[in-house]
Design a protein around this ligand. Sequence first.
Ligand SMILES: *[C@@H]1O[C@H](CO)[C@@H](O)[C@H](O)[C@H]1NC(C)=O
Ligand SMILES: *[C@@H]1O[C@H](CO)[C@@H](O)[C@H](O)[C@H]1NC(C)=O
Ligand SMILES: *[C@@H]1O[C@H](CO)[C@@H](O)[C@H](O)[C@H]1NC(C)=O
Length: 272
Amino acid sequence: MEKSLKNLWVISIIITQQLAFLSNASHSRKNIVPAFYVFGDSTVDPGNNNNINAHAKANVFPYGIDFNNCSTGRFTNGKTFADLIAIMLGLPMPPPYLGVSKSERYQVATGFNYASGSCGILNSTRARIYDLGARKFVITGIGQIGCIPISVTRTPFSQNCNEVVNQMVKPYSDKLPAKLEELQTQLSHSLFIILDTYNFFQKIRISPKNFGFKNVFDSCVQGGKPCANRKEYYFYDLVHPTEATNKVFANECFNGRELCFPHNIKKMIHAH
Ligand SMILES: *[C@@H]1O[C@H](CO)[C@@H](O)[C@H](O)[C@H]1NC(C)=O
Ligand SMILES: *[C@@H]1O[C@H](CO)[C@@H](O)[C@H](O)[C@H]1NC(C)=O
Ligand SMILES: *[C@@H]1O[C@H](CO)[C@@H](O)[C@H](O)[C@H]1NC(C)=O
């Protein structure tokens, strides 16, 4: 895994997300997931960057306008994909690890969110997670970075993705399934799900209306002001999706068949 990750490090720190959840095998037979841990970048960061010396921060208005108008540090208007999955699992939204005091950390048994905007991936991550007991993993591919508003080129009559960028990141998603299959074989009792963001985004882009979107090219926030119809926008800022988008992805990965492979999360919870 390290090799393919290393090659795409520069890209993957921008907007990929990696997340994993850990399930106590004996509990999962009763269909309960005891804890949910999140590792990733800005797409799932709940505020870890607020108090560190990082450029990527979102604890300012208009982030969080639909999160009780509270700029928690989430890079979106409302909840992230990870927040929504936690809710579907019946768990609390995992708090930002750096937002919880050292003494309180011992009281949290249902998982933390370690995601940090603009993060990278360390070689030790895989060992940082499986050896600690995680068995069920949801791993995302890299989306079509060439289609985020900051990459799109606009002409009076059209909006075009930067296909050079898309082709640069595509091999990651293409190679991920085989790599995860290999890991699943090597790591006993592990289960991996892939979030095929690359191809699912393509489906949304071809027929946005089917998913409730009217705009899949522009940032909802313009000139520092959020748009009123946030539910119709795919992107909240120049890089990150709206809560509406996160909901489409969370619902599809949890219950559907078009985004997550080889199973959706609901099925994985029941598998052991
Ligand atoms: C998993 O659940 C079993 C049964 O409730 C318990 O004995 C065990 O300590 C749990 N393991 C972890 C890692 O929480
Ligand atoms: C949300 O918070 C911002 C910044 O604190 C404030 O300017 C704005 O009026 C608030 N909006 C609502 C709807 O409360
Ligand atoms: C990570 O692993 C790769 C492949 O084994 C190695 O080439 C690279 O130097 C490692 N990077 C770090 C920072 O240890």
